[in-house]
Structure formats: C-alpha cells, structure tokens
Design a protein around this ligand. Structure first.
Ligand SMILES: *Cc1c(COP(=O)(O)O)cnc(C)c1O
Length: 442
C-alpha cells in the first residue's frame, strides 16, 4: 500500500520541491533496473501463500491485492503528491470530481451537513448541491470573502468546511488560515481544493487545512491528456473528537477495522481507500497514474512559466482600450493581492498566482464571442491548466444554462472572458490576444 514513509528517498534530507517532483516515491525497479516508474497494468497480485493472503485482507501487512484497492504505479503518484503537498498520505481517484466525492464520503453520511464556498467550480456546485442532496447530505453555500460567513452557517450536524484556494472561474483567493481557525474552533476538518494553485504555489496543509483535493487533470498532468484526482491527508486532525464515530468505531464496511486507532495519522486515507474507493470504485488506472507522473516531473517549471505569462498578459490587458476590467490575483490592484502574497510561493519576486485570469471585453457578450472566434492558436475549450493557452466565454458556454440572476450570483458577467494562460512564448500569446481583440471590436 502507499503509506510507507521509507519509500520516500532521502528522508534525512529536506529535498526541494523540484527534486521531490521528479524523485519522491520512485526508485529504480528492483527486478529489472528500469529507471522510470513501470506501468503495472495488472488487475491483481499473486499472494506468497495463504497466510500472506489472509494478512493482506486483514490490513496487517501492506501489499497489493487488487488494483481497485491499490496498485504500485498509482502508489508512486499518491506518494509523490503527498510529498509535494507536505502531507502524510494520499489516495488517487479517477478524476477531480471522484477525488472530491471520495474525500467527503469518507466522513459524511445521510443527515450530515457541509458548509462550502459559493464560488466553487461549477461541477462541484452540482456534485455537492444536487448529487449529495440526493444522498441526504445537505450543503450550505456561503460567500467565502469573510470566514465569518462559514462560522455563521455551521450547525450541530455540520461535518466539514470546503473551499478552493483559487476559485474557478471567479479567480478569488480564500484565506485558508482564517478558514482553518473557524473549522477547528468547531471541531471540523477544512477540505481545500488546491487544483488552480497546484502544490507548487500553495500547500494548504501548511496553512492549517486538514485535507487537500486536486483535479490532477489540470496543472499536475499539465498537458490536457489525462483525467485524474488526488486526495491528500495532513495527518493532524483529531478524528476522535466525538463528531466522527465512524473513524473510531469498528468499521461495518471493512472487517471491523478501527481506522483512526489502527492507522493513526493516515487513518482517514485508509478509510477513504477501503470504504469509499474500494466500495464505490472511482479509482485511477495505472496508465493514467503514469501519465500524471510525467506531468508532475515538470510541475515546478511549468507553474513558474504559467505565473510569469499570466501576470504579463494581465498587465497587457489592463492597458488595452478594448478591455473594461481584469481580474488576476497577481495584479497589485487586485483585492486578492495581499492574500496571494501571504499564501503563494513567489515567482520572480511576485506572488505566484497561477495561470487563470478573467477580463471584461468592451461590447459585452457579442464581443466576447467574436473575440473567441478570432483567436488563431488560443484553444477554445472548457479546460484549464494545460501547457496550451485556453480561452472560453463562460456566459455562452459553461454557464449558458444559468439565468441572469444565477449568473450574477456566480459572478459571471456577460462580458467575462476566461483565459488559462499557457507556457507558449509570451510574445505569441500577446499577439493572438491583441489581434483577436482588434477583430472583436471591428
Ligand atoms: C476541473 C476541476 C475539478 C474537477 O476535476 P475533473 O478532473 O474534471 O473531474 C474540480 N475542481 C476544480 C477547481 C477544477 O478546476
């Protein structure tokens, strides 16, 4: 299984992010000498003998049984991301949506309640608001600009707070330290979706969060090729505080195991693995884990370029006559600049604010659609975090089902264009934006 700390090379030296992005959890294959992590494309693993099989099933020995539970290639990705997030243990899932679902279903059941930011990714709003509602789990959406809004919404049956480091598509930044204080004052874990910041720019566990989730589909994979998600546990939350009896009492879903007592600071991850992923099945394939590992190896290089290019694009747009407003947390006049400075790694002396920005195009929705059609190599699609620069007009695509009222609440105006700035040459990105703005105005 994945929680063997001795698998991380150099436990006696604090290696830097880039070194861990390339090496954490990966050692040359002891059988073949292969330097790259092998793709263990197998469903099952042979037991040494009957006693070995029994001890694996009893969770007394760490080892592999069946790839829905654990797989050696997937385990390298899990340990790699746990290392990059300064976490204790991790669990990979089929997608970002699956990671959020497993992260929350490990601690929520029918009758429970969660308080979440209203500015979440649209898919997450649907999952928590509608999908979890069907399971009898209630969600309250609050404006995340003030942590007191979370505190005010907490009830006796609340079991977690949930927010995104940087919201998508609003590009708002939340105060993780303040949210963690609110959560812990109420005996609750803080779950943070760190997809947009990536582990390179922000480590929410260091700021007080208890669980981090990622859509690895975005920056971790980084090339728009592979779906995947990861859950990372910090290992510090006191699950025996009375609010989480299923972490403490014998598990009905798995052989009467007491997850917190048996596995301690990775008990939550074991519960998510054995009770949620094993039971509901949204697991990552070994091939996808391998592709995401390829991405992880250059995460630090790509994130620096994304930040540099995005800041330059934001500054360019701010001065452009066709542009009414620009929202990028890395701009000194952004309302989120101070939080970005406090929470994000610096890139070239500026807060590294990732690659996503939005701007308002003069001429409203019609100009927004003309702009997108006029782009030469910027790709018009509904993804973020790719090496390629991506562009979308939310009001006519991802958010077109919403009424004017709902659009306003989601903070999506008709003139809003979202860019996921890639790592092409900056001059070329600026050229394409400039010529498309000119054609949109004509
Ligand atoms: C894309 C995204 C998700 C969902 O991830 P998938 O891998 O597409 O399932 C969740 N949160 C955020 C912030 C995202 O951008």
């Amino acid at each position: 299984m994945t929680q063997k700390p001795e698998n991380t090379p150099g436990a006696d030296r604090a290696f830097g992010f880039g070194t861990r992005a390339i090496h954490a959890a990966a050692v040359p294959d002891p059988v073949t000498g292969a330097r790259a992590t092998p793709i263990h494309q197998t469903t099952s693993f042979v037991f040494d003998n009957a006693e070995h099989a029994a001890s694996l099933f009893n969770l007394q020995t760490f080892g592999n049984v069946y790839s829905r539970i654990s797989n050696p290639t997937v385990a390298v990705l899990e340990e790699r991301i746990a290392s990059l997030e300064n976490g204790r243990a991790a669990l990979a899932c089929a997608s970002g949506m699956a990671a959020q679902m497993s992260a929350l279903l490990a601690i929520l059941k029918n009758g429970d309640h969660i308080v979440v930011a209203s500015t979440l990714y649209g898919g997450t709003v649907g999952q928590l608001g509608v999908g979890f509602g069907r399971l009898g789990i209630e969600t309250t959406f609050v404006d995340p600009s003030d942590p007191e809004h979370f505190a005010a919404a907490i009830r006796p049956n609340t079991r977690a707070l949930y927010a995104e480091t940087i919201g998508n598509p609003l590009v708002n930044v939340v105060d993780i330290v303040a949210l963690a204080d609110v959560a812990h004052a109420h005996g609750l874990p803080l779950v943070i979706d760190n997809t947009v910041a990536s582990p390179y720019l922000c480590n929410p566990l260091d700021l007080g969060a208890d669980i981090v989730v990622h859509s690895a589909t975005k920056y971790i994979g980084g090339h728009g090729t592979t779906m995947g998600g990861v859950i990372v546990e910090g290992g510090k939350f006191p699950w025996d505080n009375g609010k989480f009896p299923e972490m403490v009492e014998p598990s009905r879903a798995y052989h009467g195991v007491k997850f917190y007592e048996t596995f301690g600071d990775f008990g939550y991850t074991m519960k998510a693995r054995m009770e949620v992923n094993r039971t509901f099945g949204a697991v990552l394939s070994p091939l996808n884990a391998w592709l995401l590992l390829q991405g992880a190896e250059t995460l630090h290089l790509r994130m620096r370029e994304h930040c540099r290019n995005a800041l330059a694009v934001a500054q360019f747009l701010q001065k452009h006559p066709q542009v009414a407003w620009v929202n990028y947390p890395g701009l000194a006049n952004s309302p989120y600049f101070d939080l970005a400075k406090k929470q994000f790694r610096a890139v070239d002396g500026q807060p590294g604010a990732s690659g996503i920005l939005t701007f308002g195009i003069r001429g409203g929705a019609a100009a927004g659609e003309r702009f997108i059609d006029a782009c030469e190599f910027l790709s018009h699609l509904a993804n973020i975090g790719d090496a390629k620069t991506l562009v979308i007009h939310p009001a006519s695509t991802t958010h077109r089902q919403l009424t004017d009222d709902e659009l306003q609440r989601a903070g999506v105006s008709a003139d809003m264009v979202r860019l996921s700035v890639g790592i092409e040459d900056l001059d070329d990105i600026l050229w394409d934006i400039d010529q498309a703005l000119a054609r949109a105005a004509a």
